[in-house]
Design a protein around this ligand. Structure first.
Ligand code: SF4
Ligand code: SF4
Length: 292
């Protein structure tokens, strides 16, 4: 059973809620699918067991000892990544898509492809299970494929260790890494807050999730900072037939727990916030017949 926690907008408290779910589940494999800006490991403080290289793509490079500056490669590059810089043929590494066409058409065989191998993925141990997360190097591409990679590793671990639940902390937005996070999951939890931008992004996210036909729940964080908009979100969720499983008040203890690098349910287990989060995960497990 794979549960993805998502939020269309960043900063809604999604990672805090995921960390709390992870603390409450007795055994799980936890995956941080936000490979562009992973931060769940800061809260979970895992013990790293394995670090692996992720090759995110290739970049063309010119061997100037044999390049004749004929310009053939410039004409063929569809990404305008090769240009004539005052007589020197130059490759823009950021614009290069790694398609390898230039290396094939170069009459001197002066272009080589080098691996983009600065990204990493990790398998770690947390207090009651395993964690898989990754770090995509700045400017590198294929974040969706990296999400796919770490999800595959998580499934292997879950199978090997007979773990029933894989919990995914999704990236913000509705782009490629979110789609990689959603593909094949069983349950989606959308975390939102009563702000115009968060509601707008929730609507976009729900529209996306509905295309995947995955059971969905909503958690409203900081619900009391804008009661009128919270009511609008509740009405909208009702129309969409999406259950709201928690309404969490604005709580400075969440910030304190993050500073203390722990989840709110460990930091303040008896707080209203923790009780709401406990009820939320309990509702999900009960609805889907998962017993621990
Ligand atoms: S095609 Fe080859 S030889 Fe010609 S400019 Fe490009 S790299 Fe240099
Ligand atoms: S690998 Fe493709 S995108 Fe990169 S410079 Fe060569 S032709 Fe252009």
């Amino acid at each position: 059973m794979e549960i993805a926690v998502l939020s269309g907008k960043g900063g809604t408290g999604k990672t805090s809620i995921t960390a709390s779910f992870a603390s409450l589940l007795p055994k799980l494999v936890l995956v941080d699918c936000d490979v562009d800006a992973a931060n769940l490991h800061i809260v979970m403080r895992p013990n790293t067991l394995q670090e692996s290289i992720y090759v995110s793509g290739h970049t063309a490079t010119i061997d100037y000892s044999i390049c004749t500056h004929c310009g053939v490669c410039v004409d063929y590059c569809r990404f305008e990544a090769i240009f004539n810089n005052n007589g020197t043929i130059t490759i823009d590494e950021i614009a290069c898509d790694g398609c390898k066409l230039c290396s094939r058409v170069c009459p001197q065989q002066a272009i080589h492809m080098i691996q983009n191998d600065k990204s990493r993925w990790y398998v770690s141990q947390i207090s009651h299970g395993a964690m898989v997360h990754a770090r995509l190097a700045p400017g590198e591409e294929n974040s969706g494929k990296l999400v796919q990679k770490i999800r595959e590793e998580a499934k292997k671990i879950a199978d090997q260790e007979s773990v029933q639940i894989i919990l995914l902390d999704g990236p913000p937005g509705t782009g490629c890494p979110v789609i990689s996070t959603l593909t094949g999951v069983d349950i989606v939890v959308c975390v939102t807050e009563p702000s115009r931008s968060a509601f707008h992004d929730l609507q976009r996210l729900v529209e996306l999730v509905q295309q995947f036909d995955i059971p969905m729940y909503v958690i409203i964080n900081k619900f009391n900072i804008y009661a009128e908009l919270t009511e609008t979100i509740c009405q909208w969720c009702k129309q969409q037939q999406i259950p709201i499983i928690a309404k969490i008040p604005f709580d400075t203890q969440i910030v304190e727990s993050m500073i203390a690098c722990t989840s709110i349910v460990d930091y303040a287990p008896d707080s209203i916030t923790s009780i709401e989060i406990k009820q939320a995960i309990h509702t999900i497990l009960k609805q889907h017949g998962i017993t621990y």
